[in-house]
Ligand binder design. Structure first.
Ligand SMILES: [Zn+2]
Length: 63
């Protein structure tokens, strides 16, 4: 199973996304971010979003 915490992404937030695949974890994290960190997402440019997606892969851990 894979895990990614919002904290690892630099947000002051206790959310952790888990899933069987990296894809699933990223989808869950994006859904969470759209609900809880919408203002942050709105401020990001497309290239910053791309960087964020790359960072998700980097910070994801196998549990
Ligand atoms: Zn969060």
């Amino acid at each position: 199973m894979m895990k990614l915490s919002c904290k690892a992404m630099g947000a002051d937030c206790g959310y952790e996304a888990t899933g069987e695949t990296a894809e699933e974890v990223k989808n869950k994290m994006m859904e969470h971010a759209k609900m809880e960190h919408k203002d942050m997402l709105d401020k990001m440019s497309d290239s910053e979003k791309k960087e964020m997606m790359a960072k998700m892969d980097e910070k994801m851990t196998v549990v």
